[in-house]
Design a protein around this ligand. Structure first.
Ligand SMILES: Cc1cc2nc3c(=O)[nH]c(=O)nc-3n(C[C@H](O)[C@H](O)[C@H](O)COP(=O)(O)OP(=O)(O)OC[C@H]3O[C@@H](n4cnc5c(N)ncnc54)[C@H](O)[C@@H]3O)c2cc1C
Ligand SMILES: *[C@@H]1O[C@H](CO)[C@@H](O)[C@H](O)[C@H]1NC(C)=O
Ligand SMILES: *[C@@H]1O[C@H](CO)[C@@H](O)[C@H](O)[C@H]1NC(C)=O
Ligand SMILES: *[C@@H]1O[C@H](CO)[C@@H](O)[C@H](O)[C@H]1NC(C)=O
Ligand SMILES: *[C@@H]1O[C@H](CO)[C@@H](O)[C@H](O)[C@H]1NC(C)=O
Length: 618
């Protein structure tokens, strides 16, 4: 469909990208309706993947945050009122939580919503510049409504952050309503198609019914009423964090690997054996070491995403169906830590493979810079990564306490209550590639790192230091512990289960598993907190394991890349089309650049006078 073409994407301005994205979303809606895809989840996933929806289609915040939040936190009446018009774009919504001064610390938000019983209205106010909403997607130039997160005041008491639906622009001519100042926050590192915006509200009144009130409400007389558990409020956030692992981390890293690996079997450079033809760059050991571990990581993240989603669905059903909240804390910790780990590892991976493409990796036309600039934002949104790791660390430290007092632990941290063996049984580099030896090594490491952090925290507290000082002074160790614990459990144990149980006969996946182990075992040796553990095998051995494991699957690299099944249009990269015709395509695309097609005003204004003056003297 020509409307979905990405042909000139790299030559567009921020405004053109935004306009194109709006055109695509409207057209997409029509197509989905025609094809009866609107309520089909797998069709939606397929569509997102095919269209590079996250990079090219507008209203992501509207559809993946605004609508779901109303569904989760609204009453049936509120859902019936707001969701149908939102679904067909009769209204467009944004999720306005972050302020200029506060993103992470929600109790610090300054926006207020004060109930006025005489008018049965809330009055929304942002009194300081620091309280202005800043960053919400789809706000700058599109939204007619905002889901504003504000401190609720009623009967002169503050009840904390609550969600309010506020109309901000006219439905007739799109002009800001009285008391509303709204605009676009300007150029960003990427995501040019999204109109992230600012919003300032002064004495804006909304009806009492506009506070989303499935779990809490203000009655007509101003009394604050709370219903059931507000723990369910976490759910949208947890859901988005689990989605980021597959939709952002796994997808973006895999695309970058496809581009870089295809290019590395087309490009030849230098001479290895004197007089012989130039080798493909992938046939240099150093290039293999840069690319293949990243490909293994991309596959790993794919499976991590699947298993995290499966766990989410299981917990969601337990809560919704039986009111069983027992796994919510574990899910919350896993989602936070895995989100941080996955976005961190994939972002670093994309940058590594980008550089592995030499100069062409720096050209937008390679497709790699925009993959990076889109992906890197996920390290900050939906929970800044360090903050996420520290959230997981709290869960780990609590689990450790429970283990010490003899209570049972959730599956993902069960290893904390088991006495770990004190010596590694690997004697040869290939021994580490035995998943079971490797898992033992990893559990040993995770439990050691978490115990170290927990012990330091406890001992600081025991010297009489205040809790918060002790926490601050242990937080580097705590964040590391969270990173390692995720690696230990989801990254590896779950993965091994997937690889070996689901794909029994697949040799390529078995090899990939070994590369993953190789990659991790190297990090293990470098950062190990337990020097005694690998005595006898030593650091050199784990480096050998790593090199050995990577070389194992050089021959499968291209088929493993093709197996992701991205079309040329999805990759939109001049250097890595399926036909391998990199140089021609690069030349063809560069020639289309506006800089080559339009007249060059700098010539007329500056160069011509200089050059012509010089000529007269020659
Ligand atoms: C592309 C993009 C889209 C976005 N879309 C939206 C949107 O639609 N709606 C919306 O409301 N917001 C949105 N945001 C905002 C985003 O949610 C916040 O930027 C994010 O939550 C981080 O908050 P912050 O910017 O205040 O960073 P801060 O929290 O100030 O982080 C800065 C540094 O402080 C550190 N830090 C903060 N707290 C702690 C702590 N307790 N312990 C240790 N270190 C700490 C962090 O680790 C970090 O290194 C978006 C942001 C981006 C980049
Ligand atoms: C969208 O839905 C609303 C309410 O459900 C309806 O009133 C409106 O006519 C619909 N608009 C379009 C363009 O379909
Ligand atoms: C509660 O849910 C968890 C999974 O989330 C499950 O393991 C546990 O058995 C359930 N408990 C009850 C009482 O149903
Ligand atoms: C937190 O710890 C760091 C390093 O130990 C210290 O420099 C800083 O002052 C501490 N912060 C607070 C608020 O105590
Ligand atoms: C916290 O750490 C800093 C720097 O490491 C140190 O100077 C300070 O004494 C520590 N404070 C406490 C209370 O341990």
């Amino acid at each position: 469909d020509p409307v979905f073409s990405t042909e000139n994407r790299y030559f567009m301005t921020q405004s053109e990208r935004y306009e194109g994205a709006v055109k695509k979303v409207i057209h997409l809606r029509k197509k989905m309706e025609q094809l009866l895809y609107l309520n089909d989840h797998s069709a939606v996933n397929f569509r997102n993947r095919s269209l590079r929806a996250l990079e090219d289609v507008a209203f992501g915040t509207h559809s993946s945050i605004f609508i779901p939040t109303i569904m989760n936190l609204g009453t049936d009446k509120q859902i019936a009122k707001w969701v149908p018009p939102a679904r067909n774009y009769s209204i467009i919504g944004t999720y306005a939580q972050t302020e200029l001064a506060h993103g992470t610390y929600l109790r610090g938000l300054e926006t207020t919503a004060t109930f006025d019983p005489s008018a049965q209205e809330f009055i929304l106010n942002m009194l300081e510049i620091s309280s202005m909403k800043w960053w919400p997607g789809d706000l700058g130039r599109s939204a007619t409504h905002a889901l504003v997160l504000a401190q609720l005041y009623t009967e002169e008491k503050c009840y904390g952050m609550h969600p309010f639906i506020v109309q901000i622009r006219s439905l007739h001519d799109h002009s800001p309503l009285p008391g509303v100042v709204v605009g676009d926050i300007g150029p960003k590192m990427g995501l040019e198609h999204v109109d992230n915006g600012y919003l300032l509200l002064r004495n804006v009144r909304i009806p009492r019914e506009n506070m989303l009130s499935k779990y809490s409400e203000v009655s007509p007389d101003g009394t604050y009423v709370k219903r059931g558990s507000d723990r369910i409020n976490y759910f949208s956030m947890i859901y988005l964090r689990t989605r980021i692992v597959s939709v952002m981390a796994a997808t973006f890293l895999s695309k970058a690997c496809v581009i870089a690996i295809r290019y590395s079997v087309v490009q030849r450079q230098s001479e290895l054996k004197p007089g012989e033809p130039e080798p493909k760059i992938l046939d240099y050991q150093t290039q293999e070491q840069k690319l293949l571990p990243q490909l293994a990581t991309a596959y790993a993240l794919h499976f991590v995403g699947l298993s995290l989603n499966a766990f989410f669905n299981q917990v969601y059903e337990e809560i919704g169906g039986k009111g069983n909240f027992s796994s919510l804390t574990e899910l919350r910790a896993l989602a936070a830590g895995t989100k941080a780990l996955a976005t961190d590892v994939s972002t670093a991976g994309v940058e590594a493979v980008r550089r592995a493409c030499g100069g062409h990796g720096y050209s937008l036309l390679s497709g790699l810079p925009s993959i990076y600039s889109t992906l890197v934002a996920s390290c900050s949104y939906e929970g800044e990564n360090t903050v996420m790791l520290l959230q997981t660390a709290r869960f780990l430290v609590k689990s450790l306490d429970r283990a010490h007092s003899g209570q049972s632990l959730p599956a993902s941290v069960a290893y904390l209550s088991v006495q770990q063996s004190s010596g590694c049984s690997a004697k040869d580099k290939v021994d580490f590639l035995n998943p079971y030896i490797y898992i033992e090594a990893y559990k040993h490491r995770a439990s050691r790192v978490i115990t170290d952090a927990g012990t330091k925290l406890q001992s600081l507290i025991q010297t009489g230091i205040e809790q918060h000082v002790a926490w601050n002074n242990t937080s580097i160790l705590l964040a590391q512990a969270a990173m390692v614990s995720k690696t230990a459990y989801f990254f590896i144990v779950e993965l091994i289960q997937y690889y070996t149980a689901k794909f029994k006969g697949c040799q390529e996946l078995r090899k990939l598993l070994k590369v993953n182990i190789g990659v991790n075992i190297r990090g293990f040796s470098v950062n190990s907190k337990s020097p005694g553990y690998v005595v006898g095998v030593g650091l050199t051995l784990t480096v050998c394991t790593h090199t050995h494991s990577v070389t194992l699957y050089r021959k499968e690299a291209v088929s493993l890349v093709d197996a992701f099944d991205y079309s040329d249009q999805q990759l939109n990269s001049a250097i890595s089309s399926y036909d391998g015709n990199a140089y021609h395509r690069l030349f063809e695309w560069a020639r289309r650049a506006p800089t080559n097609v339009l007249v060059n005003p700098a010539y007329e204004k500056y160069l011509k006078p200089l050059l012509q003056a010089a000529q007269s003297k020659l």
